[in-house]
Design a protein around this ligand. Sequence first.
Ligand code: GDP
Length: 327
Amino acid sequence: MSTDPIALAQGVLAGDRRSVARAITLIESTRADHREAAERLLHEILPQAGRSIRIGITGVPGAGKSTFIEAFGLHVVEQGHKLAVLAVDPSSPRSGGSILGDKTRMEDLSRDIRAFIRPSPSGCTLGGVARRTREAMLVCEAAGFDVVVVETVGVGQSETAVADMVDMFLLLLVPGGGDELQGIKKGIVELADAIIVNKADGDLAVAAKRAARDYTNALHLLTPASAAWTVPVLTCSALERGGIAEVWTAIGGYRQTMAAIGRFDERRAEQAHAWMWNEINETLLQTLKDDSSVATQLPALEREVTAGRMAPGAAARRLIKAFRHGN
Ligand code: GDP
């Protein structure tokens, strides 16, 4: 792979899809020289990034996320937009697969020239996946994709990571009997800027309407993230492609409302600030782990701590001291 970052950046800025794919591959690489090239590339494209609406989507497996993203994506490109779909899938390193890796998912959308779909990078930590997804998002934006969807599975910590990198976070639910909020952590509901009850079709149509009412009532009990925005609860059928236009309209409404009070840019600024500190955390930790004086002392100190002969805090301080003296 040629890794000339300037040439690649030019390709990205020209909207060339192959360059976008190659730029993301470069970003995902763990090789030190690739990392350097990736940073160069990001520097080049950054002035052209940011001009999109970033939408996060979560939901438990089977909620209909890929069916929804396909229906939604096709609607959005029909409206004249260019759409990129990225994924954060912390389960992929273990399963070896990835949520967007299955070629049968989003078949129509993946064939559409106006859409770009990229599976989650595998084999790295959630922090690593999140960083690469953020950077991939910038590449897509610089290439002219003005709607970016980041998908994640509604399990584990990945929702927070995704909510922290998008403008609007959507929670996709399905109608179910009994306690509608069961199985969905309250924390995730609180992250949602809109709730969508999917599978509102056939036998499930009535249950979906009822679920939407129940969620609306349940939301009254939560403190809204923003006083200016009431989290809407919508119903749709991703399968029959019904109710999708309403979701797009709600996204437009959210964007307008947030922009009007300055919150849209403010949220991005906060995210950029938090991202910088995440980078510092990750990079520092890795540098510490790679440090030779730390590596020399680490096994013995770990043994002392696990045997209960040394306080974890004291061991941590000893290691940090060794690191600082070695640098
Ligand atoms: P994901 O795991 O969240 O990505 O879910 P999928 O999109 O793979 O969908 C899981 C299953 O639910 C599939 O069998 C879909 O055909 C089905 N499904 C998705 N959306 C709908 C819908 O709107 N209505 C109905 N009845 N089934 C749906």
